[in-house]
Ligand binder design. Structure first.
Ligand code: GH3
Ligand code: MG
Ligand code: MG
Ligand code: MG
Length: 311
């Protein structure tokens, strides 16, 4: 346990250090079997403007990961019945927490033991007693890097939209929310019509520009609460929370019509592009089933001559 520091003085120091920092508070999970150490950490983190979640029982780790969704994890090394390394391994087994920074904080001074712990899934090894400034600086650096990595991981680089994996993750989340709030939810799949011909006629770079133009168009015309993803090559997925199927159809029909009127330039030529759309309304079923139904509706739109929306 960090000794003999005047908490008032300490807090003042940390506040000076973090002054002017406007980033969203980092969510930090701390596991330490010593209640006193855990409490101390909580004070330091909170005063540094971070959101702290403290546990003293290693058995709570899985639950804490689920409930709190930490961005950074601080682990004690020696706890009754298990070690920090074993906990790190449990954390790393979960896909979602594969790249979340894990920092050991321990009184262990044996460097070979520290290195061993780092080789088992840890990113840093800090020793107790830790200078709060040192701790907070480490957390800020780790947190910033973790966030920029995550931002890259969830987006498609061509369009800036959410990628396939993250779109499905959002869909799962919105299903949970729709159930809790007893609200409707719609899912739309879009596929550009005859896109192969665009590439063949005007070249791949112009095709890429069409993909970006549709992405921008969707971002401008949908609500902030809607999620737009690039589902595949020239396929897009849209999650429409709190939306009834009739409203989803009207919105997408409007977008479809406006987009089809948009002139796409290609050197001294120009052309128009259309898309087909399939919409499914959530009926208490799984994300997979919702996707399958939207895909079938999209297929129907293609069969009916393209440039239309099927619910
Ligand atoms: P349909 O109306 O039936 O959807 O016809 P289509 O030509 O759009 O469908 P198809 O699936 O045959 O072709 C999709 C094309 O999209 C083929 C592929 O080369 C192109 N494509 C996929 N990803 C990209 C990309 O990132 N950039 C470009 N320029 N083209 C892409
Ligand atoms: Mg301990
Ligand atoms: Mg396609
Ligand atoms: Mg297509």
């Amino acid at each position: 346990f960090y000794p003999a520091v005047d908490p008032g003085q300490l807090i003042e120091k940390i506040e000076t250090y973090t002054h002017g920092n406007t980033v969203e508070p980092y969510k930090v999970l701390v596991l330490d079997d010593s209640r006193a150490q855990a409490k101390y950490m909580e004070t330091v983190l909170k005063k540094a403007g971070m959101t702290a979640h403290i546990i003293t029982d290693p058995m709570q780790i899985i639950h804490a990961l689920e409930e709190f969704s930490p961005e950074i994890i601080i682990l004690d090394m020696y706890m009754p019945g298990c070690t920090g390394m074993e906990i790190a391994r449990v954390i790393r087994q979960q896909d979602r927490f594969h790249s979340v920074p894990i920092i050991y904080l321990s009184a262990e001074e044996d460097v070979s033991k520290q290195l061993h712990a780092m080789s088992l899934g840890g990113d840093d090894f800090l020793t107790k007693p830790i200078d709060p400034k040192h701790l907070i600086a480490t957390l800020h650096n780790r947190g910033r890097r973790a966030r920029s990595l995550l931002a890259l991981m969830i987006r498609d680089s061509l369009t800036g939209l959410y990628n396939h994996t993250h779109t499905l993750h959002l869909l799962e989340q919105e299903i949970v929310r729709a159930r809790q709030k007893d609200q409707p939810l719609c899912f739309a799949m879009l596929d550009i019509d005859y896109f192969k011909k665009v590439n063949d006629t005007f070249g791949h770079p112009i095709g890429d520009r069409v993909l970006r133009s549709l992405s921008m168009f969707l971002k401008q015309r949908l609500r902030k609460s809607d999620h737009i993803g690039r589902y595949g090559g020239e396929e897009f997925a849209i999650i429409l929370p709190n939306t009834r199927p009739g409203d989803a159809r009207n919105v997408l029909n409007e977008i479809r019509e406006r987009f089809s009127e948009l002139v796409q330039p290609a050197g001294d030529r120009e052309f128009n592009v259309t898309f087909s759309c399939g919409i499914s309304a959530w009926q208490g079923d799984s994300a997979q089933s919702l996707c399958e139904r939207a895909d079938r509706a999209l297929y129907t739109s293609k069969e009916h001559g393209r440039n239309c929306v099927t619910t």
